[in-house]
Ligand binder design. Structure first.
Ligand SMILES: [Zn+2]
Length: 464
């Protein structure tokens, strides 16, 4: 028997340890892992000498088509977004399908299925695989009728906001939790208390405090914790799986920890983002509104705390919350005239690897666990996030000894800046493979737009 590809000489990294072994790949799957002498002959050999071979990064929180229905910026297309992802070692993303259609059309009542159809149509050009979360933006009980079909179609997680015009009330959120619980689906929550944030922002505007360094005060850490507490209280009441998005601070992480201790890993999980583990609010005095995002960057103490919660396992996942904007849309004299969201998909792995392994002496397995295995498992991506035989041959060959200084001039994304500009990191993506095909070879894009496929997800069991 001969196979298509063997990756040799590398150090394989799983979520639990490392081993020196080769990987044989055929028909898009890993067919064997072992010693070269035991593996079948291959048409192509990829030499990973001196490199780590990790399961491809799974980023469960990206916005390729704008951060919200009112988005009017330069949309990241799936082609540009997935190129940035591939260069960053990311082989699967989970993007969002907004209820109804899209793009300034949020007044138009539509269904979750309309949003999913819309998003799949825009995803034709993806180089890498993608799944979708469904975002609930209206309190329309008709939604309950379509939930089973949506889940059957492989969209098994549902986002709700506690803030913004498209946030939902506690009452409606509670009803959604009940239905999701019946279906075994996952509720994913953006939690910031809306009235606190609105009030604080109004005060700052009245006081003419438009300097970007004042922006974080408009969305305080306690408001994030309050809304998380509120939502969790209802989710556990319904036995609904709850995943806290982009946890940015000690106060919100402590809330997740408290519910998790009491109700267990089977019900409560949480995520933070690369930027909350590496950057603090002092960045607003350096690059102003280019760093505007919600929740905001927090204090240096919060960065330490969030990282610590990740190490302790209160938080499971590191995502990017990637949103592409041009500088022109971010720049504003007053922060309230700027837009929310930052891009980071292309640099998330090197930045987080450098932070975790080089600066804080965590293991490479910790990086694989938080950026690949856990997101795949928690969101029902069967066959992803692992290098086990019979799973998808999604992998990244990563040189941990290479040093690179990040510059937005290399961005494949539509975005023309980086919050990590000038940061020197230890570690570089050499090759990225999606289902057996190299989409990045020797740091260069070689993948064909359209290689990426929609991945239907199962309803996960978090107790396993
Ligand atoms: Zn987001």
């Amino acid at each position: 028997m001969a196979v298509e590809t063997v990756v040799t000489n590398g150090t394989l990294v799983s979520s639990t340890g490392t081993t020196d072994a080769d990987v044989a790949i055929s028909d898009g799957k890993i067919v064997a892992v072992g010693d070269e002498s035991n593996l079948p002959r291959a048409a192509e050999t990829i030499d990973a000498d001196g490199c780590l071979v990790m399961p491809g990064i799974v980023d469960p929180h990206v916005h390729f088509d704008g951060p919200n229905p009112r988005f009017d910026g330069p949309a990241e297309t799936y082609e540009t977004g997935s190129k940035a992802a591939a260069l960053g070692g990311v082989t699967t993303v989970i993007d969002f399908a907004w209820q109804g259609t899209h793009r300034g059309d949020d007044e138009q009542p539509g269904t979750l299925r309309d949003g999913i159809t819309f998003q799949k149509n825009t995803a034709d050009e993806s180089l890498i695989d993608y799944g979708l979360h469904a975002t609930i933006t209206r309190e329309d009980p008709a939604l309950f009728e379509e939930l089973p079909t949506v889940v059957d179609g492989g969209v098994t997680s549902f986002k709700m906001f506690t803030a913004y015009d498209w946030g939902v009330s506690n009452g409606f959120m509670g009803r959604v939790f009940e239905r999701l619980s019946d279906l075994g689906a996952v509720a994913i929550l953006h939690t910031e208390d809306d009235s606190v944030c609105t009030e604080q922002a109004t005060v700052l505007e009245q006081e003419q405090r438009g300097d970007p360094t004042d922006y974080p005060s408009s969305r305080p850490a306690y408001a994030e914790a309050m809304a998380a507490d509120n939502a969790l209280r209802m989710a556990v009441e319904s036995d609904c799986k709850y995943y806290g998005l982009h946890t940015s601070c000690e106060k919100a992480a402590a809330v997740i920890e408290r519910y998790r201790r009491k109700f267990g890993d089977g019900l409560v999980r949480g995520e933070t983002c690369t930027h909350y583990t590496t950057l603090d609010r002092s960045l607003y005095s350096e690059i102003g509104t280019l760093a505007q995002l919600a929740p905001p960057l927090r204090s240096a103490d919060d960065v330490e705390s969030v990282f610590d919660h990740l190490v302790r396992g209160t938080l499971d996942v590191v995502s990017t919350d990637h949103v592409a904007y041009h500088r022109s849309a971010k720049r504003a004299d007053d922060w309230w005239d700027s837009s929310y969201g930052v891009n980071s998909l292309q640099h998330s792995l090197p930045v987080f690897y450098d932070e975790a392994v080089k600066r804080r002496t965590c293991s490479p397995s910790f990086v694989v666990r938080t950026m690949s295995t856990q997101p795949a498992r928690l969101f029902g991506l069967e066959g992803k996030g692992t290098l086990e035989p019979r799973t998808d041959a999604d992998l990244v060959v990563f040189d941990p000894d290479s040093r690179d200084t990040i510059s937005a001039t290399d961005n494949a994304s539509e975005a023309d800046y980086s919050i990590y500009e000038g940061r020197t990191v230890g570690g570089e993506v050499i090759h990225t493979m999606v289902r057996g095909e190299l989409v990045v070879r020797d740091g260069q894009l070689v993948g064909e737009p359209g290689h990426g496929e929609f991945v239907a997800r199962t309803t996960p069991d978090w107790r396993r």
